[in-house]
Design a binder for this molecule. Sequence first.
Ligand SMILES: Nc1ncnc2c1ncn2[C@@H]1O[C@H](COP(=O)(O)OP(=O)(O)OP(=O)(O)O)[C@@H](O)[C@H]1O
Ligand SMILES: [Mg+2]
Length: 376
Amino acid sequence: MHVRRVELTDFRSYERVAVDLDPGVSVLVGQNGMGKTNLVEALGYVATLDSHRVATDAPLVRVGASSAVIRCAIAHDGRELLVELEIVPGRANRARLNRSPVRRPREVLGALRMVLFAPEDLELVRGDPSERRRYLDDLLVARQPRYAGVRADYDRVVKQRNALLRTAYLTRKVGGTRGQDLSTLAVWDQHLAYHGAELLAGRLELAAALGPHLTKAYDAVAAGRSAAVIGYASRLGESLPTDRSALEAMILESLAERRAAEIERGTTLVGPHRDDLSLQLGELPTKGYASHGESWSFALALRLAAYDLLRSDGIEPVLALDDVFAELDTDRRERLAALVSDAAQLLVTCAVPEDVPAGLRGARYDVGTGAVTRVS
Ligand SMILES: Nc1ncnc2c1ncn2[C@@H]1O[C@H](COP(=O)(O)OP(=O)(O)OP(=O)(O)O)[C@@H](O)[C@H]1O
Ligand SMILES: [Mg+2]
């Protein structure tokens, strides 16, 4: 798969830009702040409906404009898909696929499969569990787009269940009774267990499938002295069944056990929204032990593992490496280049072109103020 053309209108710093791309390697060169990351961020948005840099849409719209549009033509298996997204902060996005409006923007997920590694990904290792859950869930959706629905259903149930618990909590605080306002909680327990088990089963299967790809990727980029290992860390228990209905029963049981605590705290304490991915180098957890370089290599390995896994599914995703080579010594640059040079499409951004190994020859684009120009 490859992005054949991307057009941005009022996206980030771009008033209007159109970039035609070829399969193979494209290197985007530009000084700091010129819009290299903005461009790959737009593609990432098409792939995940989310930005790797910000949680809300407002910063994605050019200052002074009211909405942003991303149009992206994706070539795959001799066919072409045109995805158009309009981002209007505070409102639902509008999406079109091959010029026809779709009912929900998430119906365009799967059209572009892309793995993006960016400096912000250090947070995958250093940041909150939510970063790692998002990593897993985005990959789940990239592999099987139907998980976008599973994820949305689960999020909705948690939100509504939390609202119920919160209202009861607040009512109780002002001296009301607790019994009647929680009468629908049992129904929400069923929904939470049902959708939670589906999401959890997907994540468990994914974490297991990723393991060998991660170890291999870390070894390749870091020439690791220790092996990189991931595990799925759930509060439900250490070793979980992969069977969906067994997980559903476990969630229901755990909900019954934690009921008093949930009512006391006014929030949902059970379910995959509380889980994490445990990351280890050899015997040691990365958190609190890994050096900066090790953490960075681990984050890169997580992305490369995702890329490798998608490839092994037969999908051939687009790979984008934002500002990666500047962080690496010559030896590691060469290793990484060897690993990714045969990507169906590889987008590399850099401020200093000499940082990109000679092995990664391809098209070169200059990114200047508001414009992207192909120079070779
Ligand atoms: N919503 C927006 N409206 C206008 N300009 C914006 C908006 N969001 C970001 N910018 C501008 O875009 C520029 C950042 O672009 P980007 O992050 O793509 O730079 P870059 O080329 O990747 O730089 P670096 O090499 O430092 O990573 C900044 O100058 C920023 O002020
Ligand atoms: Mg950048």
